[in-house]
Ligand binder design. Structure first.
Ligand code: IMP
Length: 430
């Protein structure tokens, strides 16, 4: 059985948690491979809404083992908070069900302070990060001065590493950013407490996955963020600091490419993004408010992690072509189709006009992207409520047409369509 990968095909928040939750029912292991608690996955089961930032959403399934892979940056405080909240709701979060790669990197208060200081310094050019310390933690990782989770197994080594880490970052915080220094003793004591609780979860992630694959088990690699937030393939510098794309799943878990089966690209039926940076099909005014929702519902377009209103716009096929290009998508999961019900005419961006030429690809060079004007095709909308529909052929003709238009344009079949927040509000295409 292979490694199947779930990827965000846009700027994150496509509903990957929801799709992972559905696919997890058939998986033995669900493994997070990138990002940290900048992600936010909302999973609705019955009346209960679970908001998870770090722990894979597969944890909600009894028979599934979850792994936080080596490509993830882990704030231990957040991990413990989520463990406790899940345990309080009766979810088994013992080390039998959840494992943490010893090669994942730790986020510390120094990373969070630096994230804040750097965003402040960027002023009008701020990236709009989630301020969770993600960028500085990955910076430490790639500059080979990070703190790996494996340190949690050795209290003495951990204390030394934390003291050195805080001392080095205090220099930068105070001398470059004029920020307050951190108390190394306090951070070391705090992390010693986390270590005592988290050490039993440590594992060699790559080894566990290899053994599982050799025993015919199936693994679902759960992405965070989305293709356009990828450090290499996204709208740099308005990106996150990791690789949410399919390649990142392999390096972020320590699995080779021959193991890959399906690569599911999750795409919202329209487009959203949080944070700064270009967004060719962005809408403002009434239609934006209509797509965003008021914030009253958990599925409205407000960040799960930060609560910020998301920027919204029409579906952009150039973006999805780009996602296909860098991820080799084998199928699409189209989410939130129900949100489009009642809009008389839907615009879909099919290409861009760039300096008088038509292009169908997505330029990741921001100067080029800024000169792109969306070329829209208008498709007729539908007025019916589709939240109760469970079979594709029962969708209104124009809703079927909307989905068929996307899959034909992209040459990728749809495997799942979601028509509401609940698990059951799903159309399986095959
Ligand atoms: P960071 O990952 O906190 O450094 O933020 C970098 C950029 O990625 C910002 O624009 C964030 O809003 C965006 N971002 C990070 N995580 C997510 C996510 O899970 N969904 C959507 N956007 C995200």
């Amino acid at each position: 059985m292979p490694l199947n990968i779930v990827i965000g095909a846009q700027w994150g928040d496509e509903g990957k948690g929801r799709i992972t939750d559905l696919l997890a029912a058939e998986a033995d292991i669900v493994a997070r491979y990138s990002g940290g608690d900048n992600a936010g996955h909302t999973v609705t089961i019955g009346e209960e809404v679970f908001k998870l930032h770090l722990i894979p959403s597969g944890i909600i399934h009894d028979a599934v083992t979850c792994l936080i892979g080596n490509g993830v940056v882990v704030n231990p405080k957040v991990m413990l908070r989520e463990l406790d909240a899940l345990a309080a709701r009766g979810v088994d979060v013992s080390p039998d069900c959840l494992k943490l790669s010893e090669n994942a990197h730790l986020i510390t208060p120094a990373h969070i302070a630096l994230d804040q200081a750097r965003e402040l310094q960027r002023g009008a050019g701020a990236i709009g990060t989630t301020l969770r310390g993600i960028g500085p933690a990955y910076t430490d990782k790639t500059s080979r001065q990070g703190l790996r989770a494996g340190l949690l197994a050795d209290l003495e080594e951990l204390a030394d590493a934390i003291h050195a880490h805080v001392a080095a970052h205090n220099e930068v915080l105070t001398k470059i950013y004029g920020a307050e220094p951190l108390d190394a003793d306090a951070v070391a004591a705090e992390y010693a407490g986390y270590a005592q609780r988290l050490a039993p979860y440590l594992t060699n992630g790559s080894l566990i996955l290899d053994e599982a694959l050799r025993n015919g088990r199936s693994i679902l690699a759960e992405g965070a963020q989305g293709t356009l937030l990828d450090i290499d393939h996204g709208t740099y510098p308005f990106v996150t600091s990791s690789s949410p794309t399919a390649g990142g799943a392999l390096t972020g878990l320590g699995v080779g490419p021959k193991q890959v089966g399906e690569v599911t690209g999750v795409a919202k039926a329209f487009t959203t993004r949080v944070g700064s940076g270009p967004f060719p099909t962005e809408l403002e005014g009434e239609m934006a408010d209509r797509l965003r929702g008021t914030g009253e519902n958990p599925w409205d377009e407000f960040g799960t992690t930060t609560g910020r209103p998301r920027r919204v716009g029409w579906l952009d096929l150039a973006i999805l072509r780009h996602a296909h290009l860098v991820n080799s998508l084998t199928n699409l999961a189209i989410t939130k189709l129900d949100i489009l019900s009642g809009i008389p005419e839907l615009q879909v961006c099919v290409a861009y006009e760039l300096d008088g030429r038509r292009i169908e690809y997505f330029p990741t060079n921001l100067k080029t992207l800024a000169r792109c004007r969306p070329i829209y095709q208008t498709l007729p909308g539908w007025s019916e409520d589709i939240m109760g529909v469970r079979h594709f052929q029962d969708l209104p003709a124009n809703a079927q047409n909307y989905v068929n238009f996307i899959t034909t344009q992209l040459g990728i079949p749809a495997s799942i369509i979601s028509v509401g927040p609940a698990r059951a509000q799903t159309i399986f295409m095959r």
